[in-house]
Design a binder for this molecule. Structure first.
Ligand SMILES: [Zn+2]
Length: 263
């Protein structure tokens, strides 16, 4: 069985299973070891398939009920409903290609995203059972994928006041040194720069708190701050447990973060 690390919510949330897949047994010579579920960052296809099978066995679901997008640091959001399952394989691929967040209200379906330093956001509305998984690197965070996902959930019937949000292991502000073009991207989209950025006193370089930027964005969409939880753990500080692109390079595994409501 695969080791799943359950995510914490700011208050008890029955019925939802939110988790991230930890790396498992790490082989120092293989930046994809052990559990990489992402099939577009250079890993061996058979190893990826095996990891996905192991997750499905651990969750007790069929392979076609594990759904993850092909992410592009954009803000497109896909909804997984019966229409998705009625579609043919090509159409399903098309729905997931170029997508950075997924929403569903279906039980027995695990939706999730793959990250290595980027923020993994999981949300759920316990009243309507609508849930979401979103990937937010700096481009997506700056472009407000977090609040756009809340808005998409709301269009499906969720209420921002009921939505709970949690963020898993992702890069910390100390580790996330960025160029001024990144700061500019946040500034252009009217983020509160003073709250999310500080400069290193020695280097003068900007450091952005990506998780906090996402939390403020989720709040801006109407979700109460007390419903938002941030796991403090940093991927770059703990590359033995989580994949970190800054530590391992772009050609490395990704940490899968997902949510499912069991039937
Ligand atoms: Zn760190």
């Amino acid at each position: 069985m695969m080791e799943l690390e359950r995510l914490t919510w700011s208050k008890p949330l029955d019925g939802f299973d939110a988790f991230q897949v930890t790396r498992g047994k790490v082989n120092q010579r293989n930046p994809y070891s052990e559990y990489n579920l992402c099939d577009y960052t250079g890993d061996d296809a058979l190893r990826v398939l095996n990891a996905r099978i192991e997750l499905c066995v651990t969750l007790g679901i069929d392979m076609d009920h594990l759904i993850m997008p092909r992410q592009v640091h954009g803000t497109s959001i896909a909804t997984i409903d019966q229409n998705y399952f009625n579609a043919d394989y090509d159409k399903q691929e098309q729905i997931l290609d170029g997508t950075d967040a997924i929403i569903t209200a279906m039980t027995g379906v695990c939706i999730g995203i793959n990250t290595a330093d980027c923020v993994n956001i999981i949300m759920a509305d316990p009243v309507t059972d609508i849930m979401a998984a979103a990937h937010a690197g700096w481009k997506g965070a700056a472009a407000r994928i977090a609040s756009k996902t809340v808005q998409a959930m709301t269009r499906m019937g969720a209420a921002p006041a009921h939505i709970m949000a949690t963020m898993g292991a992702s890069i910390c502000q100390d580790c996330f040194e960025v160029g001024d073009e990144v700061v500019d991207a946040f500034w252009q989209k009217k983020h509160d720069i003073d709250s999310i950025m500080r400069r290193n006193a020695t280097t003068g370089k900007a450091h952005i708190d990506l998780r906090h930027a996402c939390a403020l964005d989720i709040e801006a969409a109407g979700v109460p701050a007390c419903n938002i939880y941030q796991m403090g753990t940093c991927t770059r500080c703990q590359p033995q447990r989580y994949f970190s692109a800054r530590r391992l390079g772009i050609n490395s595994g990704r940490t899968f973060t997902g949510i499912i409501r069991h039937t």
